[in-house]
Design a protein around this ligand. Structure first.
Ligand SMILES: Cc1cc2nc3c(=O)[nH]c(=O)nc-3n(C[C@H](O)[C@H](O)[C@H](O)COP(=O)(O)OP(=O)(O)OC[C@H]3O[C@@H](n4cnc5c(N)ncnc54)[C@H](O)[C@@H]3O)c2cc1C
Length: 465
C-alpha cells in the first residue's frame, strides 16, 4: 500500500464504494464514511425479516465493460437473475406496454383514440419541422414533439408532474433522450420483445451487490464507517480536515464526495463566496417514499413496473416485486408484493408526511388498482430524501459554475455520483464518475463530468452475466 496517500470517500453508495475499490486496486487504502447505517445509498435493499424491497426498481444495465466486469467480480453468477423487462402505463383501466409500441397505441384504447394520437403526432412533427434540439427545450416541448400532444398528455405529462412536482415547462429535457424511449413502430412478437429486452438483477435486490462490495473492502482491511455524517470539510495547506457529526475528525489528502453537491458547498471551510453558495442553494431534489405492501391475494399484473400517470393514483409508479425476484418475499409466498412510489418535495413539504397518512394513501391507491379489499399481510415504508436531482432550466449552468469554482480552488476535491454531481445518473454512470475521479487523483488528464454524455444510452441494455 502507498502510505503517502490518504484519501477519504464520503458516502457508501455505488459511487463511493466504487471509488474505494478502485483506490484499493491501485494500492491505496481509502477511508470511507457513510451518514446512514446502511451501504448502497439509493440502491440499498431495506430488509424486514424475510421481506426485502428495492426502493427504486433497479435494473442493472450498462454499456461500459468496465462497470459490467466490476458487477460480475462482486457477485457470483448464481446470485444474478435475468429478468425480461416488462413495464406498462396504467391508463383508463388499460395496461399499455412501455416502451410504447405503435400497434398498441393505435388499437388498445380504441381505434378512435389511436387515430387521434397519430394525427396529433403527425401535426406536431409537421409543425415543428426538423428534429428539435434535445436539452435546449422544456420537457413539454420535447414530449409533444416526440409523441404528439395527445399521447404526451396521456402518458407523460401526469407522470412528470408527479415525479418532479412541477410544471413540465419548468423541467429541462436533457435527461429525456436517455430515459424515455421513442415509439417503436416495428411489428415484433411478444416473444421477440421479452428475449431482446433483458436485464440482470441481484437475487436479493440491488443492495446485495453493494453489501458484497462493502464485504470485499472489509476482507481487505477497509471498514466503511457507518452513521458517520460529514458536516465540515476544511481545506488548508496540509490538505483536508473533515469533521463528522459526532465531532471526530479525519485528515485526508484527497476527498471523493458523493454527498449532495449543495450540502458539500455548505460544509466547505473557508466558506465559498456568497454567489457560489447562492447558486448551490438553488440545486433542488425530489424525495421518494416507497410503501411496499404484501397482499394475501395474488394479483394478475404481468408487469414489473406500472406507471400511473393519471390523478386516480397518488403514486407515480407501482413495482411488482414478485416479478423482480421471488427472493424479495419469504419462501413460497403465494400473494402479491407491490411497491408504491410517492415522489415528495423537501423537508418542509410532503417529505414530512407521516406513516399513518401514507397507509391511508396507499389504501386509496389499492382501491384505484381494484384491490381495495385485499388483506395487507405486511407493510414497509422506505424514505429516500435525495432521490432525484432536479433538472430544471438552470441546473446545467449552475452546476458548471460550481464545478469551475471547485476545480480552481480545490484540485484534490472530487465530486462523484448522482447527487455529488447533481446529475440524474444511473448506477453505471455514478460508478464511471468514481472510476474516472480516481484516475484523476493519480494525475490522469480525464474529465469525470463527462461520464454521462451518451445521448444514445437507453435503459434497455443487456448486461451479460
Ligand atoms: C426511483 C429510482 C429508480 C432508479 N432506478 C435505477 C435503475 O433502474 N438502474 C440504475 O442503474 N440506477 C437506478 N437508479 C439510480 C441509482 O440509485 C443511483 O444512480 C445510484 O444509487 C447513485 O449512486 P451514488 O453513490 O452516486 O449516490 P447514492 O446512492 O445517493 O449514495 C450516496 C451515499 O452518500 C451518503 N451521504 C450523503 N451525505 C453524506 C454525508 N454528509 N456524509 C456521509 N455520507 C453521506 C448517503 O447516505 C448515501 O449512502 C434509480 C434511482 C431511483 C431513486
Amino acid at each position: 500500500m502507498t502510505a503517502s496517500k490518504s484519501p477519504l470517500v464520503i458516502g457508501a453508495g455505488p459511487a463511493g464504494l466504487t471509488a474505494a475499490l478502485r483506490l484499493l486496486e491501485r494500492d491505496v487504502a481509502p477511508r470511507i464514511v457513510e451518514a446512514t447505517e446502511n451501504v448502497g445509498g439509493l440502491a440499498r435493499t431495506p430488509v424486514d425479516g424475510s421481506w426485502r424491497i428495492d426502493p427504486g426498481g433497479h435494473r442493472f444495465f450498462t454499456k461500459s465493460e468496465e462497470v459490467a466486469d466490476l458487477w460480475r467480480s462482486l457477485l457470483p453468477a448464481d446470485q444474478w437473475i435475468s429478468v425480461p423487462r416488462r413495464s406498462a402505463m396504467l391508463v383508463d383501466g388499460h395496461y399499455v406496454r412501455y416502451p410504447l409500441r405503435g400497434r398498441d397505441l393505435l388499437w388498445q384504447r380504441g381505434l378512435g383514440k389511436g387515430l387521434h394520437g397519430l394525427g396529433s403526432l403527425m401535426w406536431a412533427r409537421l409543425r415543428t419541422g426538423p428534429r428539435i434540439v434535445n436539452g435546449a427545450v422544456s420537457f413539454r416541448r420535447w414530449g409533444t414533439y416526440e409523441f404528439g400532444r395527445h399521447w404526451y398528455q396521456t402518458f407523460f405529462d401526469g407522470y412528470v408532474r408527479k415525479t418532479w412536482l412541477t410544471d413540465p415547462d419548468d423541467i429541462a429535457s436533457d435527461w429525456a433522450n436517455q430515459r424515455i424511449k421513442p415509439i417503436d413502430w416495428r411489428v415484433r412478437s411478444d416473444q421477440e420483445l421479452t428475449t431482446t429486452d433483458v436485464f440482470r438483477y441481484p437475487k436479493l435486490g440491488p443492495g446485495q451487490l453493494w453489501e458484497a462490495a462493502a464485504e470485499e473492502l472489509r476482507s481487505r482491511g477497509i471498514e466503511p464507517k457507518l452513521k458517520a455524517r460529514v458536516v465540515e470539510a476544511q481545506y488548508g495547506a496540509s490538505g483536508w480536515t473533515v469533521t463528522l457529526q459526532n465531532g471526530e475528525t479525519c485528515l485526508a489528502d484527497g476527498l471523493f464526495s458523493s454527498m449532495p453537491l449543495h450540502e458539500l458547498i455548505e460544509a466547505l471551510k473557508p466558506r465559498p463566496p456568497e454567489y457560489i453558495r447562492a447558486i448551490a442553494a438553488r440545486l433542488r431534489h425530489r424525495g421518494l417514499i416507497t410503501v411496499a405492501v404484501a397482499l394475501r391475494e395474488r394479483l394478475d399484473i404481468p408487469y414489473h413496473w406500472v406507471y400511473t400517470p393519471n390523478s386516480a393514483f397518488r403514486s407515480g409508479r407501482i413495482q411488482n416485486y414478485s416479478l423482480w425476484s421471488p427472493d424479495l418475499a419469504p419462501p413460497a409466498w403465494p400473494g402479491s408484493h407491490l411497491g408504491f412510489e410517492y415522489f415528495v418535495d423537501g423537508p418542509t413539504g410532503t417529505w414530512g408526511i407521516d406513516d399513518e397518512e401514507l397507509v391511508r394513501i396507499v389504501r386509496d391507491d389499492l382501491r384505484a388498482l381494484g384491490c381495495g379489499d385485499s388483506t395487507v399481510e405486511h407493510l414497509m415504508i422506505t424514505r429516500s430524501q435525495h432521490a432525484y436531482p432536479v433538472h430544471d432550466s438552470t441546473r446545467e449552468r449552475n452546476v458548471q459554475r460550481i464545478r469551475n469554482f471547485l476545480a480552481a480552488r480545490y484540485p484534490s476535491l472530487h465530486p462523484i455520483g448522482r447527487n455529488g454531481m447533481h446529475h440524474y445518473d444511473n448506477q453505471d454512470h455514478a460508478m464511471l464518475s468514481a472510476l474516472k475521479s480516481v484516475d484523476r487523483y493519480f494525475g490522469a488528464d480525464v474529465d469525470p463530468w463527462q461520464a454521462n454524455t451518451d445521448e444514445g444510452y437507453h435503459e434497455s441494455g443487456l448486461v451479460n452475466g
